[in-house]
Design a protein around this ligand. Structure first.
Ligand code: NAD
Length: 274
């Protein structure tokens, strides 16, 4: 429900891949804090509509936009539709991502390319469009702003696999490792424009992407061995961190990766003296 503290009142937020999982939780979280949210999906219109319906039934505001983040013309159309509807952009959460798992020896070029196209090129296309929009909003402003605060915020959805190697998932780990250097480089380049760029790196979060693990009791127990905090994360755990990075509370945070992983990156194998 829309809460008393509307941190994002009248801000416009695009969340890519918000028909499901973490993106859905982010879209609902921003809308509950007063944002106009662009709910993006690529193929499952019904799931996208479910996210939007939940936002609207909570009294929030949003639109549903179909776009494959790996296709330039569809990304540009999504940004055009956003500006036509709401007149501006404040926050991009570039979240859409997928896995096409395979042992390396058997991985096809198609499996490699699909993951790189969506997880990495999708970040390039959406972040470039957002950054251009933020800059043009300043250039076209009728009055100069006297605010010291950021003019636009970008949050990229990375993964603990931007630092933890992952056999059997090299396309995914390569895409997430790539996101880290992409994020830091554009953060360095865009900071003088007062655009902030940061990543969040979730550990194991209960969403459809890893249902095969959490729905099997044995695999679930094995997974808990990798998490010092001894619980799987929720999409809301990630959404709250994303919102903090998008808010003015984190205005001096730039080019950082925030790990939301219950300690998965703490080398849990060494907890018993290695
Ligand atoms: P999910 O499968 O529930 O959601 C993925 C979303 O991305 C869906 O809405 C899907 O429609 C969208 N998507 C896929 N391809 C797209 C495309 N070409 N264009 C636009 N949208 C597209 O999975 P999730 O766990 O919510 O994953 C969201 C992000 O979080 C991904 O980037 C994923 O790598 C990352 N992540 C998830 C976990 C986890 O444990 N669940 C951990 C680390 C990182």
């Amino acid at each position: 429900m829309i809460g008393p503290e509307l941190k994002f009142k009248d801000q416009v937020v695009i969340v890519t891949g918000s028909s499901s999982g973490i993106g859905k939780a982010c879209a609902i979280h921003f809308a509950n804090q007063g944002a106009h949210v662009v709910v993006n999906y690529s193929s499952n219109a019904e799931e996208g509509q479910n996210t939007l319906d939940e936002i609207l039934s909570n009294g929030g505001s949003g639109i549903l936009v179909k776009a494959d983040v790996s296709r330039e013309e569809e990304v540009l159309a999504m940004f055009r539709e956003t500006i036509n509807k709401f007149g501006k952009l404040d926050v991009l959460v570039s979240n859409a991502g997928l896995q096409k798992d395979s042992p390396f020896l058997e991985m096809t070029l198609q499996q490699w390319q699909k993951v790189i196209d969506v997880n990495l090129t999708g970040m390039f296309l959406t972040c470039r469009a957002a950054a251009r929009q933020f800059v043009s909003q300043v250039e076209n402003a009728t009055e100069p702003s006297h605010s010291e605060l950021s003019i636009g915020k970008i949050i990229l959805m990375s993964s603990v696999h931007d630092v933890i190697p992952w056999a059997g998932h090299v396309n995914y780990a390569a895409s997430k490792g790539g996101i880290m250097m992409f994020m830091k480089s554009i953060s360095q380049e865009l900071a003088p424009h007062k655009i902030r760029v940061n990543s969040v790196s979730p550990g194991a979060i209960k969403t459809p992407i890893n249902k095969e693990v959490w729905s099997d009791p044995n695999k679930y127990n094995d997974l808990l061995n990798l998490i010092p905090y001894k619980r799987i994360g929720t999409p809301q755990d990630v959404a709250k961190a994303v919102a903090w990075l998008a808010s003015d509370d984190s205005d001096y945070v730039n080019g950082e990766t925030l790990y939301i992983d219950g300690g998965m990156t703490l080398y849990p194998e060494f907890a018993d003296n290695g």
